[in-house]
Write a protein that binds this ligand. Sequence first.
Ligand SMILES: Cc1cc2nc3c(=O)[nH]c(=O)nc-3n(C[C@H](O)[C@H](O)[C@H](O)COP(=O)(O)OP(=O)(O)OC[C@H]3O[C@@H](n4cnc5c(N)ncnc54)[C@H](O)[C@@H]3O)c2cc1C
Length: 503
Amino acid sequence: MSSAAVRRVLPMAAIISNPTSLKHGLSLFCPELHSSASCSSFNPSRRFQRRNFVAASTSSSFANDNREFVIVGGGNAAGYAARTFVEHGVANGKLCIVSKEAHAPYERPALTKAYLFPLDKKPARLPGFHTCVGSGGERQTPDWYKDQGIEMFYEDPVTGIDIEKQTLTTNSGKLLKYGSLIIATGCTATRFPEKIGGNLPGVHYIRDVADADSLISSLERSNKIVVIGGGYIGMEVAAAAVGWKLDTTIIFPEEHLLQRLFTPSLAQKYEQLYSDNGVKFVKGASIKSLEANSDGHVAGVRLDNGSTIEADMVVVGIGAKPAVSPFDSIGLNNKVGGIQVDGQFRTSVPGIFAIGDVAAFPLKMYNRIARVEHVDHARRSAQHCTKALLTANTSTYDYLPYFYSRVFEYEGSPRKIWWQFFGDNVGETVEIGHFDPKVATFWIDSGKLKGVLLESGSLEEFQLLPKLARNQPLVDKAKLQNASSVEEALEIARASLPVEAVA
Ligand SMILES: Cc1cc2nc3c(=O)[nH]c(=O)nc-3n(C[C@H](O)[C@H](O)[C@H](O)COP(=O)(O)OP(=O)(O)OC[C@H]3O[C@@H](n4cnc5c(N)ncnc54)[C@H](O)[C@@H]3O)c2cc1C
């Protein structure tokens, strides 16, 4: 079965300008891709270079005067950067990571996937998913950092920076001198304001292990959950709640799930799947407030239309903001947010770099500045930046946008879902197949294949997707539309690639 839909491109941008109104976009790890700023528009006047670290003579304020490299933030990107430092033999005694969290870097996407499996379905727990297991690498436990001679400060966020003196101040009052600095502070979850009930007991936001643990303790005690937000986080949490056998409602302001990426037709298939699992939908909704019961605990979600949906717990997945607060002086991007960097992740301040979710970088392929809140970019940007810092590598980061999600994966689930998307969701779409057994959507712009989403593909099929999105071959749309299966459609797309790209 095939169907085609002409669809005007939705910019994959979601900026919440007024969190009380959900009309401004929802998904947590949105790629904020803006075409208005061209890659060449970032032209820092100061020359970028690695700083030579000069140890402060006899100052006793510094625990380690050889602290040449400091990473602020101990998340996904930091873990992959640490690995790259080790690979280059320059971690031992020279690298320090300052983290807000109590845990060594871990693969954050697990928090709304295997971490939320029902307790009898083997949920993931640390140390199981420390970086870099998500990409098949070594599991870097806290001992790994010790063994590599990497200094770790846990639960001590950086609160200030002096770029002239090259020092950082932490919450506990430490003064840390750095030679080169990598900012990897990620994002924080967007919250509803306190005055509309955003901080009530039983209202959850999810960004780190502590948030996920608190969410699990509510899942254990609740019967009714309302999930606010129809993006990745909302979809993943709602699927998890089904596993916990909760009465689950998902509310969002858009017309359908994952509006930034899914076509209406694709979304309809996912919504059907969720409905088949008992999930209720309230679409096109605008939140007025979160209501409390007499104990002050959340009891429901009141909508602008006056109706209230009862809940024992509420999970809010309405987006995230780059965590830039101690670094306002460094050069922020006011279009996509975050810290502006060049193709080697250098900020406008010599010796200071930014990677992962917080970096606003030139997306070379599409000639625009982007901030990408996805783990693949966190990993790759960390590796690229560290190599550029430590070696003579001056190549420009050339990222191919890639997003994925996995839902209903717990033991006993009737249908496990795993989709991947590569490229740009621009132009017309051709959709092939149903969930039984799989679905593919192709985005075609001016005859060229620009993006492709595949659900439940084989390893070999998934490996084809980046080749297609990177090469953007001319495809025969009519032939694609007439494909009788996803396999046949992928074969048509593969045949349109240049020979050297197929290998
Ligand atoms: C619940 C969840 C599910 C996700 N699922 C997916 C998915 O399925 N697929 C996908 O591609 N992406 C997913 N993502 C996005 C992905 O996890 C992020 O893109 C990735 O973690 C970014 O890495 P990072 O290192 O830039 O930021 P983070 O991993 O967020 O790490 C930032 C770290 O910096 C710390 N920090 C912040 N401020 C300070 C400070 N001042 N001082 C010290 N430390 C500080 C934070 O506490 C945190 O530990 C998900 C994100 C979340 C939250």
